[in-house]
Design a protein around this ligand. Structure first.
Ligand SMILES: [Zn+2]
Ligand SMILES: [Zn+2]
Length: 217
């Protein structure tokens, strides 16, 4: 096994910022540094990992708010999400005000990702799946070898992402989950954007929104 992961809940919205690293080379990435950058830096130091990139699943401020500060601090690039989220990644400062929060910064200078792209660090490869519905430019990071996915706000243990935000769409989200995620396999353990981890198989069996029994009836 080469992929390791640790989850750090950040911001008042308890967003799961994830550090992934290769235990053979100690090279790693930070996914969704939504805020609380000092906490993230502390975790990086504790693990002793050499962070090469910051990755973003989608544009919501609780997932991207700390990206600019962390990128500056570590001198690393910001990669993702899909370009269809540009209307959100550039409005972080305005969006957080609606929640009476501050400190997050608009994302600039990032590289966009698309379906089929891959991210490499050390001996680990992450595959990119484009999963619109919660936001139009939402992507999922998936590691085949370890059967692990970071799915952001697409899917939760016992739930699915909200679709009442601008350009959210429920049928599109259901389609992303059943047509893009389920085919990756029941054994995949996923880290959602908020809350505990689960597996695709467990959600197919029990999820009240996208379980097999629900969507077949
Ligand atoms: Zn979101
Ligand atoms: Zn979120």
């Amino acid at each position: 096994m080469t992929l390791k992961a640790t989850v750090i809940p950040v911001t008042p919205l308890s967003q799961n910022c994830t550090i992934f690293w290769c235990d053979e080379t100690n090279k790693g990435v930070v996914v969704d540094p939504g805020g609380d950058v000092p906490l993230i830096l502390e975790a990086i130091e504790k693990i002793g990992v050499d962070i090469e990139k910051i990755l973003l699943t989608h544009g919501h401020f609780d997932h991207v708010g700390g990206a600019m500060d962390l990128a500056e601090n570590l001198s690393v690039p910001i990669i993702g999400p899909h370009k269809d989220d540009e209307f959100i990644t550039t409005q972080v400062e305005a969006a957080q005000k609606m929640y009476d929060l501050s400190g997050g910064k608009d994302v600039a200078g990032n590289t966009w990702l698309d379906e089929g792209d891959q991210i490499q660090f050390g001996n680990v490869t992450l595959d990119i799946v484009h999963t619109p519905g919660h936001t139009p430019g939402h992507i999922v990071f998936y590691n085949q070898e370890a059967n692990v996915a970071q799915v952001g706000d697409v899917l939760f243990k016992g739930g699915i992402g909200r679709t009442d935000f601008p350009r959210g769409d429920l049928p599109t989200l259901e389609n992303s989950i059943t047509q893009k995620l389920w085919p990756l396999g029941n054994d995949i353990t996923f880290i959602p954007g908020h809350g505990p981890t689960s597996t695709f198989g467990a959600e197919r069996a029990t999820n009240p929104f996208v379980g097999d029994a629900v969507l077949k009836s």
